[in-house]
Design a binder for this molecule. Structure first.
Ligand code: BGC
Length: 406
């Protein structure tokens, strides 16, 4: 089998709201404070202050890349009010990575929105792509010279689906029509950001940036239950809408595709819930698999290869920007990572241009509506003391990286 390329990016990922703590000016904070999430994020992992020692850990684990996100609500806490100190903070964060020879991959939007924006309608507002572009411009002008890899928007379809179809994330809407508008605005925002970033780099004669999105992909298969034939309807629709639509609509405006892959989705036909023809997940029917993470998602490494094959026609490099498991069984965590790395090797054999693998996540963190219970980290967090403990799986992964880089 092909070996991993020597310049492969190896590391892990986080996002601002999930690890920093005290992101008091965003819509998630507000939603948590009003009792909607399982528990509020509060100081989370206090990564906002502890980033240097966290990056020391990443370095000690042989990571040479790290993905994190910039918190829009810190940069623009009130409409049109720009916080220079927050930009300076992220400059220090990026330099702290560089000082450890870790390549930064920076996400510009990872689910949370400034509160002022959500009060103006959030992603339903057709001005939001413009507001996003303005934010991107500020960030790139300040930090562009120090960063090569940018991820515009994290998992647009997950955001749209959870917030505007299932209604389980803020602003808890359940409307196809609204969801459609939100997706349109996210597409527009991504395209604007892509052009803006390239434009600023060109004007400053900085080395060409590498700009992409992080796209969640799920391997959908039909439930074996009656009516099997009809169960293919949601499979086909989900694959077309959830997996493909955003990429098709933004073709030509990404230099790489970031792949976020976690699990397989087994679905059956149903007109009962608000997702209509998209059917229902039947992951919860445990007879399908014993191979589940602690949130009940079905572990299926072979699905990663299928998703990577699906992306081949786009003819752009791919980076696994997220892949991970929440579990209390750390042996299972390493088995999960190893299993997915084998699929990546197979994909490299098939000449799929994969350039990196970032495990989700470096740290245990705030898992959105579920709170802190799901444990995704290579590094365990004790939320009483904020003590970090490197897990055995992190050491196995580290050794794997070391061997791959030799
Ligand atoms: C998101 C992360 C999240 C992870 C695990 C991805 O969909 O980008 O923010 O923590 O999945 O659910």
């Amino acid at each position: 089998m092909t070996n991993f390329p020597k310049d492969f990016l190896w590391g892990a990922a986080t996002s601002s709201h999930q690890v920093e703590g005290n992101n008091i000016d965003n819509d998630w904070w507000q939603w948590e404070q009003t009792g909607h999430a399982h528990e509020p994020s509060l100081e989370a992992c206090n990564h906002y202050n502890l980033y240097e020692s966290d990056f020391d850990i990443a370095r000690s684990l042989h990571h040479n890349a790290h993905r994190l996100s910039i918190e829009w609500s810190r940069i623009e806490p009130k409409k049109d009010q720009w916080n220079r100190n927050a930009l300076e903070h992220y400059r220090k964060v990026i330099r702290a990575l560089r000082a450890r020879n870790i390549e930064p991959l920076i996400t510009l939007h990872h689910f949370a929105n400034p509160l002022w924006l959500s009060q103006e309608g959030g992603w339903l507002n057709e001005k939001t792509p413009f507001y996003f572009e303005r934010f991107v411009e500020k960030v790139i002008a300040a930090l562009g010279s120090e960063v090569r890899y940018w991820v515009t928007i994290n998992e647009p379809m997950v955001l749209a689906y959870h917030s505007y179809i299932l209604g389980i994330w803020p602003p808890e809407r359940k409307s196809f029509n609204e969801c459609h508008k939100v997706i349109k605005n996210l597409i527009d925002a991504h395209k604007r950001a892509y052009l803006k970033i390239h434009d600023i780099y060109a004007r400053n004669s900085w080395r060409r940036p590498i700009v992409g999105i992080a796209k969640n992909l799920q391997w959908f298969t039909p439930c074996n239950h009656f009516p099997y034939f009809f169960n293919m309807v949601p499979v086909i629709l989900r694959d077309t809408i959830y997996n493909d639509y955003f990429l098709r609509k933004t073709r030509g405006s990404f230099d790489f595709i970031g792949v976020n892959y976690y699990a397989r989705g087994i679905v059956h036909f149903s007109l009962k819930n608000n997702s209509g023809l998209l059917g229902e997940d039947c992951n919860a029917l445990h007879q399908h698999s014993k191979n589940l993470n602690s949130l009940g998602w079905i572990i299926a490494p072979q699905g990663l290869l299928r998703m990577l094959l699906k992306l081949k026609p786009y003819k752009v490099p791919l980076i696994i920007t997220e892949n991970g498991i929440c579990t209390h069984d750390d042996t299972l965590r390493w088995k999960y990572i190893w299993g997915h790395l084998q699929q990546i090797k197979r994909a490299l054999d098939l000449h799929i241009p994969i350039q990196g693998y970032l495990y989700w996540s470096l740290l245990d963190n705030f898992e959105w509506a579920h709170g802190f219970a799901p444990r995704f980290g290579l590094v365990e967090i004790d939320y009483h003391t904020l003590t970090r403990t490197v897990r055995l799986s992190a050491l196995h992964y580290s050794q794997f990286i070391e061997e791959a880089l030799q």
